[in-house]
Design a protein around this ligand. Sequence first.
Ligand code: SIN
Length: 358
Amino acid sequence: MQAFNKKLLVLGMGGTIAGRSQAQGDNVGYRAGELPVESLLPRGVNDVECLANVQIETRQIAQMDSKDMDHATWFVLARAVLAACADEAVAGIVITHGTDTLEETAFFLSQLFTPSKPVVLTCAMRPATALSPDGPQNMVDALCVAANPSADGVWVVAAGAVHRPTQVAKVHPYRTDAFSSGETGPVGVVEEGRLRWLHPAGGNSFARTPSTAASRQFEGSSNLGPDANALLARLESQGLPRVEWVVSHAGVTPAAVTTCLMAGGEGGAVRGLVLVCTGNGTFHQCLTKPLRDAEACGVWLRRSTRCTQGSIVVGATSVDWPVAMPLDPVKARIALSLDIARHDLAGLTPQATAPVPG
Ligand code: SIN
């Protein structure tokens, strides 16, 4: 009987990595989230040097196309990750996930808490039934990172690269190297099962500019440590505070703000708006009044940029709304939602009422 010295847990969420097509050569006409997570472990995975004595357990958390990801599923996953992190027998966790919202799930987990062991999200661009699937190698690479004690924190591993959740984004709809960390590049690479850091690892926190009256920056998403359970319990009972985008574009009208704030439906009143700004954090002048009205009614505002590289550079005299630095609009929405939830939990702010659009 094989003697194991380490246990890794693989949590299955579905995605193309678990996708199945009718015709074997079809890389696009397939259904995501079809094959059980245990079938995604390549045969002979324990032959890889760093996995030689590693026991790999699997658990199916969801079986979905990640375009349909919802907050409730995030909370179920987060519970499973928190439990595995608290379990001394588990050395690291791999999460198999669809590529379409992988960066959102990774960012959500990384901002909920800073794990003391590796939590590695991986994926595939080709279904498991492809003639040459990319999932098996991604799975092996992710397992190798999860088995590496220097990799504590949340990471995305795809196409041989290790990315930080704060930086990574899906940038291509078809290529197998579909993810990019933009101008910072990946934080590491996996080569023949060996993890090589390109930058100092240092967990998932990222540089924050201290806030000043004139230049309010992204302040939230601190390491919650033991409070992660309390925050998650609140999210499970109350949901994530609703945050929507307002995109500034040629021809935009004030209705972009007012209709958004009046929207009913699931998720309750809109508590926050992320302004998807032009260029260096600017927005159409016609949005100023409805945004000020919204702020006066207690709606939280953050600015992000439509630019796909760099982040907003704030001047010393800037008086506009805080910048979600260095987050893209997708992650800025999650960060703001978690900040509102955290403030609610701490009893720092009263429940904002739905603003009356002016
Ligand atoms: C999905 O996101 O679940 C489908 C697409 C993919 O995984 O590449």
